[in-house]
Design a protein. Structure first.
Length: 370
């Protein structure tokens, strides 16, 4: 896995999480057994994290000891690589970590770029930065920090995940979205599942985007570059407005709709930045609880408990699934996906009821496989 080139100390992440959790510096310094001078050195990146420090940070700020040690290691490596912004080694390492072929294919950077300097400039421009140092500083906080954390547990390339997230950021930047109305968003969610009746993503996506935007939520989609295995992400932008980014991973309707409502749940229930991807390991009890809550929320919207109980009394035949899907205001394929997710159906059963997609020329919205 390619490591992101972070150039900010772990202290930046520590301070941000202290603010989020309302923990003051004296409290955390005491927990770490550090004087305020030593604590300041830790925050400024002058003191390395020990295994004991990492365990305490995980207990007080979240994530895992493994994450904090990896965060510190990444900083040490990147200080060596990015200490001189003009370093050819730093530039080569950074460029090599980019999913350049996918970025060209999707039109995120121009095709036919010649020369590493020109390629570096185009890559930096994609991220809205002019230097590697600026890039490292910018992507050490916000959703970039979430991508870093997730890249430690996803079976994927962390840089590819950052690129995918940036594609979502760029799409959102072009929109004029009203103030976020949490109550209205939560109220409208059950009705949005009815849009699954539209077979083609090109039909349901504009309607879904418009509905979300009316209550201050930006919904965007983007194909994942090679190495990124993310299904969805949700975060709050600089204006405090939520963003949902979906990838159409697995190219099936059941997975798409479940991921949408899963990310919506993180906005409604938790109000935190989040990335969901294949191979992710839960990091701490808070994350485990939040993932479980988001899954349960999405399941209840798509396939309410009373209908699950009703179907459980019947043989799982196509006719019964179609009937219960009609009662749930979703498609049979979504019900099949829910039954497979809970183990009521084998993953090879009733898949003919699912609608599937394929990518064409548009890197944002796939086609229906007729």
């Amino acid at each position: 896995m390619t490591e992101p080139n972070w150039s900010s100390p772990p202290g930046d992440t520590i301070v941000r999480l202290m603010d989020t959790r309302e923990i003051d510096s004296t409290e955390l310094a005491d927990a770490l057994g550090l004087s305020m001078d030593d604590f300041s050195s830790l925050i400024e990146g002058q003191r390395r994290l020990t295994e004991g420090d990492a365990v305490i940070l995980a207990d007080h700020l979240g994530s895992t000891a493994r994450f904090w040690l990896a965060r510190d290691k990444a900083y040490v490596l990147d200080m060596a690589r990015l200490g001189d912004d003009s370093s050819s080694d730093a530039e080569a390492s950074w460029l090599a970590s980019m999913p350049a072929a996918s970025m060209r294919k999707f039109g995120w950077v121009p095709k036919g770029i010649k020369g590493k300097n020109k390629l570096k400039d185009e890559m930096l421009a994609f991220f809205g930065c002019s230097t590697l140092r600026e890039w490292g500083h910018h992507y050490s906080s916000g959703i970039g920090a979430v991508a870093f954390r997730t890249s430690l547990s996803l079976a994927s390339d962390g840089m590819a995940t950052l690129v995918w997230l940036r594609a979502g950021e760029l799409a959102v930047a072009q929109r004029d979205v009203p103030r976020f109305d949490l109550a209205a968003f939560k109220k409208m969610l059950p009705a949005l599942k009815k849009l699954s009746a539209f077979k083609r993503p090109s039909s349901f996506m504009p309607r879904l985007v418009e509905a979300c935007q009316s209550v201050g939520v930006s919904l965007v989609t983007a194909r994942t570059p090679d190495g990124c295995r993310a299904s969805g992400a949700s975060w709050f932008n600089g204006d405090g407005k939520p963003v949902i980014l979906l990838s159409f991973r697995h190219m099936a309707e059941d997975h798409f709709w479940f991921t949408f409502f899963h990310e919506a749940a993180h906005i409604v229930l938790h109000g935190k930045n989040h990335i969901d991807g294949e191979g992710a390991q839960m990091m701490g009890t808070d994350t485990e609880r939040q993932e479980r809550e988001a899954n349960e929320f999405a399941q209840e919207v798509l396939f309410p408990a009373n209908l699950r109980e009703e179907l459980g009394k019947k043989a799982l035949r196509p006719r019964a699934v179609i009937a219960i899907a009609r009662a749930a205001d979703v498609t049979p394929g979504i019900i099949v996906g829910q039954l497979q997710r809970t183990g009521a159906l084998d993953h090879a059963q009733l898949n003919f009821l699912k609608r599937r997609y394929r990518w064409g020329d548009d890197p944002n919205v796939p086609h229906l496989i007729d």
